[in-house]
Write a protein that binds this ligand. Structure first.
Ligand SMILES: [Zn+2]
Length: 216
């Protein structure tokens, strides 16, 4: 994709995240790799539903600002690009139900995946990274242990991070995360979580283990 097309994709993703209530006001940020060392990223402080192409900033992978005023959460994006050579797009949003799981269950290390085939088939597992102070390098440090294996990560008491080899894959991860978190919440409210049988889990993990590992 050319830079102008990538800009359009970033704007479209911003509108969709907003429409689906995956962020509020100026929350969240979206970035795309435009060359080996350059990243196009959303600006700080602007509502993602109203972004204009000329508001996007360009930074280098070692955090030099080439143009614009990039998001203060860029250190987390750069951590992904440095650790995942195939990463083309990174999305950070605040999906409400996914975050609520980390608030209600602070000891949870991952969203319960053994209840739902869609989590295992679509992403394998969804870890919950320990809390980090927003806009600090600590955010990058807390997600590093999950890279490059996990493309969908909950950030405890804050939001979520997804990445992909295309903007579409990164966006799918964010939709998948909140959708799964909602189903788990409803199940929890309706009587409690139950698990798939072990042989079913084994079968799902065998399917998921096939080459590729893309977010579905
Ligand atoms: Zn955030």
């Amino acid at each position: 994709l050319k830079n102008t097309e990538l800009s359009q994709e970033i704007l479209e993703i911003g509108r969709r995240l907003h429409t689906k209530n995956l962020l509020a006001a100026a929350d969240g940020n979206i970035s795309c790799r435009i060359s080996e060392n350059e990243i196009l990223i959303t600006p700080s402080g602007i509502n993602k539903a109203f972004l204009k192409p000329d508001q996007l900033a360009v930074i280098t992978i070692d955090n030099k600002i080439l143009s614009g005023s990039p998001s203060s959460e860029r250190l987390m994006h750069l951590e992904v690009y440095r650790n995942c050579p195939h990463a083309k797009c990174v999305i950070h949003a605040h999906p409400p139900t996914a975050v609520a799981w980390s608030v209600a269950h602070p000891n949870l290390k991952e969203l319960p995946s053994e209840c739902l085939s869609e989590i295992i088939l679509a992403v394998g597992k969804i870890p919950i990274a320990p809390y980090a102070c927003p806009s600090t390098q600590q955010m990058g440090d807390r997600i590093r242990p999950y890279l490059p294996d996990c493309k969908v990560i909950v950030l405890a008491r804050h939001g979520a991070l997804t990445w992909g080899e295309s903007p579409q894959e990164a966006y799918n991860g964010m939709e998948r995360l909140e959708h799964s978190a909602q189903i788990l919440m409803y199940a929890h409210m309706l009587g409690g979580l139950t698990s798939l049988a072990k042989e079913e889990l084994d079968a799902l993990r065998t399917i998921r283990a096939k080459p590729g590992g893309n977010t579905l």
